[in-house]
Design a protein. Structure first.
Length: 104
C-alpha cells in the first residue's frame, strides 16, 4: 500500500506574502491560514486553533483574487518548510486546490 499524505483545512487568510519564483522560474506564493473549529477528542468537545503556511505554486500562485480576511478551503499535501534549522521541524501545506468560501 502506498503512503498517504493529504490534508484539507478551511480558515481565513491572515497574511499573504508577495509573489516570488523558485530558482527554476516556477511562480510561488505563501499565505498564512488560520483555522478555528470545534472537534471531539476522547468523547469531549475541544476548541481547535491552528495557523499554518500554505504554499501555492504555478497558476495558483498567480491568483489576483487572494486577500487577507478571505475564507478559503485549501487541500494538498504536507511537507517540511525547509531543510535547515527550525524549518526542518515545521510543516506547510502545499495546496493542490484552493477554493474561496462565502463568509459566515
Amino acid at each position: 500500500m502506498a503512503e498517504r499524505n493529504h490534508c484539507e483545512l478551511t480558515g481565513v487568510i491572515v497574511a499573504l506574502d508577495a509573489p516570488a519564483q523558485t530558482p527554476a522560474g516556477i511562480p510561488l506564493r505563501r499565505l498564512w491560514l488560520e483555522h478555528r473549529s470545534r472537534q471531539e477528542e476522547a468523547g469531549a468537545p475541544r476548541e481547535v486553533r491552528a495557523r499554518i503556511a500554505v504554499l501555492l505554486t504555478g497558476d495558483r500562485a498567480r491568483s489576483p483574487a487572494l486577500a487577507e480576511g478571505q475564507r478559503v478551503r485549501a487541500a494538498g499535501f504536507l511537507a517540511r518548510a525547509g531543510y535547515r534549522g527550525e524549518a526542518r521541524d515545521r510543516l506547510q501545506l502545499h495546496a493542490e486546490t484552493l477554493e474561496h468560501l462565502e463568509a459566515d
